[in-house]
Write a protein that binds this ligand. Sequence first.
Ligand code: 5GP
Length: 112
Amino acid sequence: MEETIFDKIIARKIPAQIAYEDDAYIVIHDISPQAPVHVLVIPKRRIATLNDLTPADSDLLAGMFLVAAKVMRSLGHSDYRTVFNCGPGAQQTVFHLHLHVLAGRKFNWPPG
Ligand code: 5GP
């Protein structure tokens, strides 16, 4: 599979503002933030979309939420929105699984 923009960020081939990193995940600030805080939780092992997950990925997926909570806590936020876009019809543009985490403004429901 072709390298994604997130693979290049993980490999430090292109820069990003890194909020958190460990062996399994990197968290970066979105280049086009949709809220005062908008980070992306990205597993280093590339999975293209939610549709490509298998039961063997359960721990990796759960870990994304644990990392999201840890990072938001470190940034001083307890109220935030988490979003997975899955597929072009849902506005997914980077086919490397990532969880959007947004905070710092009022959110509406339904999200649109
Ligand atoms: P998607 O549309 O796939 O759900 O989300 C991809 C996100 O990645 C978008 O919000 C977009 O702004 C962000 N993004 C795309 N390219 C870059 C980049 O080079 N650096 C950073 N930090 N974010 C990026």
